[in-house]
Design a protein around this ligand. Structure first.
Ligand code: ZN
Length: 274
């Protein structure tokens, strides 16, 4: 396919377009054709420009707080011109409270001010280019990892008080831990006991004491996903998949990428048993 054509537009009255210009440049750097409408465009002008320029997608930027009325008006103006097939995405200063309203009113995706331009470019490519596929969201919580000093000492809470069944205990050499697996519905608790001084779990216990250590998300295509996270500048603890428990491949995202939560990405082999 040819170059993806993007209309970047600023509806409404706010007079700042630094953000829109930064995004326009980032999309150009990714090989897209970007048409920028300039400041203070009406929804009708934006829809008209999108049709005239035959764009593949419209990116609306708003800092004025009027996005709840202006963004849906753009959708309405596109419909009047039989151009509802042009997807509209939005960004700028959009409070999270407003996102579901905008999605319900025809905006395909909202990027909040914390979003990276790389994530936006990836999203647009995957939306427009049929050859690019967006990764599926994680399917479930594979397990919740809990750091403990001694599995034997904490096990009664899980097996007796909660009544869960201990499925097994396994040593994971790559992490320097012994792991006890307790099934709960579709997911598991993993009690993590350090087996040597170099174990990251030992370090965690020394710093923070016992408690929740990480949340593991079940994903597919771990390798491809890691490549993509790298391009989006997400800090990783592991750039490459490594071996986890139960014959899985795992990689940890750095907690600074998720405001202090340590996430593990976990891909189980296709034999089914997780
Ligand atoms: Zn884990």
């Amino acid at each position: 396919m040819g170059k993806i054509r993007v209309l970047v537009a600023k509806p409404g009255l706010d007079g700042h377009d630094r953000g829109a210009l930064v995004i326009s440049q980032a999309l150009r750097d990714r090989g897209m054709e970007v048409i920028y409408t300039g400041l203070r465009q009406s929804p009708a002008q934006i829809a008209q420009a999108a049709v005239q320029e035959d764009v593949d997608v419209i990116g609306l930027s708003s800092l004025s707080g009027a996005h709840k009325s202006l963004f849906p008006k753009v959708i309405g103006e596109l419909a009047k011109r039989n151009a509802s097939d042009i997807p509209v995405i939005g960004g700028g200063v959009i409070p999270s409270e407003d996102i579901s309203f905008l999605l319900e009113n025809g905006i395909k995706k909202i990027f909040t001010s914390g979003a990276s331009t790389e994530a936006m470019a990836n999203y647009i490519e995957e939306l427009i280019d049929p050859k690019k596929e967006s990764p599926k969201p994680p399917e479930k919580i594979a397990h919740i990892g809990i750091a403990v000093k001694q599995i034997d000492a904490v096990l009664p809470f899980y097996t007796d008080t909660l009544g869960l069944t201990l499925e097994g205990v396994e040593k994971v050499d790559s992490e320097g831990v012994k792991v006890a697996f307790l099934k709960i519905g579709e997911t598991r608790f993993e009690l993590l006991e350090p087996v040597n001084e170099n174990s990251p779990i030992q370090e965690f216990l020394s710093k923070k004491g016992e408690g929740i250590h990480h949340i593991a998300l079940e994903v597919d295509n771990l390798h491809e996903r890691l490549q993509r996270l790298k391009t989006e500048g997400i800090s990783m603890i592991n750039d490459e998949p490594k071996n986890g428990a139960h014959d899985s491949k795992i990689a940890f995202i750095h907690p600074k990428a998720a405001n202090g939560v340590l996430f593990e990405l976990c891909e189980h082999n296709s034999r089914g048993e997780a």
